[in-house]
Design a protein around this ligand. Structure first.
Ligand code: FAD
Length: 288
């Protein structure tokens, strides 16, 4: 099923993000994780592709596992470090596996990356057009409520986002954010600029302090006082921090739903217990 059809019917959707393993011998255990996550009936599951420009890994393999569990997969694909032939081969592989949803991304510029003589893709917008030329895909893209870290300012960031959407995006998934006001401002900016595709709000449950440095700082997110107070109070007690982080994410979701945001994407970090606690704790709210 196409994700644009899943998210367009005014019902609440809760989807999950997972990442594939780096090594082949971990594929089976990741598949077990997928099966556990699938028990919570996410609306769809997205599978990341490499990271920081590293190898493509086992995205198709894991996306197939998502499909085998009866859940619609969304395969991420980055283009920055790829040739056109490589992109064509991955897209054709997805097509032949019946995967019809792709999140088209530029990818981060790897450290010490030397631009080759022939740089095939500089921006995700080029990949969006390329994917459409290769088949009947539903294509999503990334967006940044706090602007992309490389962008000079909000004006140019939103202008480039509009160009990307006009290349044929069906929806946008946001970078994580911890202050819903940031998202609401971004949503208004999108409306002003005529960006009218559905926005899927990305929520990252912060269940241990290491995640803050590893992920949040990397993504360039600002942390509100309420969040910092939580970490100050519970950060040194791992179980308390885990519980507080789950509740913080749930509060964010309840507030988003109360403010007309219907599509929530949980960055699960491959942790079924955390994704499960959030979705199980919100069943009446999600199915209301
Ligand atoms: P773009 O949309 O190409 O934007 C990149 C920068 O270029 C922005 O600053 C933009 O304003 C600017 N820009 C765009 N067009 C132009 C133009 N015409 N002229 C000048 N400037 C322009 N990374 C991975 O490696 N694997 C993943 O699976 C992955 N999944 C992600 C999922 C989500 C939901 C998000 C939010 C990010 C994900 N990332 C992933 C990270 C992503 O690859 C990086 O944030 C990357 O730096 C930007 O990718 P993009 O697709 O947003 O790029």
């Amino acid at each position: 099923m196409k994700i644009k059809d899943i998210i367009s019917n005014n019902k609440v959707t809760v989807s999950f993000e997972v990442f594939p393993p780096k090594q082949w011998d971990k594929v089976e255990s990741t598949k077990q994780t997928i099966a556990e996550l699938a028990k919570f009936s996410p609306s769809f599951m997205s599978v990341t592709y490499g990271a920081a420009g590293t190898t493509s890994g086992y995205t198709t393999e894991i996306a197939n596992a998502v499909k085998d569990n009866g859940i619609t997969p969304l395969a991420h694909l980055t283009c920055m470090t790829s040739t056109r032939d490589k992109i064509h081969s991955v897209v054709n592989e997805l097509k032949s596996n019946g995967i019809e949803n792709i999140l088209a991304l530029r990818g981060d510029i790897p450290k010490d990356f030397v631009f080759p003589d022939k740089q095939y893709y500089t921006y995700a917008s080029q990949l969006v057009e390329e994917i459409h030329s290769l088949g009947d895909f539903c294509v999503g893209g990334a967006c940044y409520p706090e602007i992309h870290p490389e962008s000079e300012n909000r004006v140019t960031d939103i202008a480039h986002l509009k160009e990307k959407v006009d290349c044929g995006l069906d929806f946008l998934t946001t970078q994580m954010f911890f202050d819903n006001k940031v998202f609401y401002n971004f949503r208004e900016m999108c409306a002003i600029k005529g960006i009218d595709v559905p926005l899927v709000a990305g929520i990252m449950p912060i269940t241990n302090v290491n995640l803050i440095e590893r992920t949040v700082a990397l993504a360039g997110c600002t942390l509100p006082k309420k969040f910092n107070k939580m970490v100050e109070r519970f950060g040194s007690n791992s179980e308390a921090m885990k519980q507080a982080g789950i509740i913080y994410a749930m509060e964010q979701i309840v507030d988003l739903l109360s403010n007309g945001v219907n599509n929530i994407h949980i960055y699960t970090m491959n942790k079924p217990d955390i994704a499960g606690k959030i979705t199980q704790g919100l069943t009446e709210i999600i199915n209301e």
